[in-house]
Design a protein around this ligand. Sequence first.
Ligand code: HEM
Length: 89
Amino acid sequence: MYPAEDLAGAEQRLRDFLIYRFGGPQRYIEQRGHPMLRARHLPFRIDRAARDNWMRLMNGAFAEAKLPAEAEQVLRQFFEQMSVHMINQ
Ligand code: HEM
């Protein structure tokens, strides 16, 4: 689903969003405006299986990143909830 020609851009947008959402610099907002995440995901077909796959990959990222436990807990809970909200099929 992700744009093969702009994976670095996709990574940057997700990173900037998370930095903004958890109290850091507002670059995401400056560059992208209001997140409207559900609307921005509508062009992609996200069913339960796609959501579960996304969470599985994100769990792999957590295993690699080895964040402090409390940071991982906060992010994990956020992703669990938000990813269900993105289901649009
Ligand atoms: C449920 C499974 C999900 C799938 C399959 C999915 C897929 C995608 C895809 C294909 C894009 C476009 C990539 C790009 O930026 O060019 C995207 C963008 C994005 N996604 Fe997701 N996503 C999912 C869940 C989430 C969740 C849970 C979050 C936040 C916690 C999130 C945050 C974002 C953000 C911030 C962008 C960039 C929006 C923009 O400014 O254009 N996504 N996602």
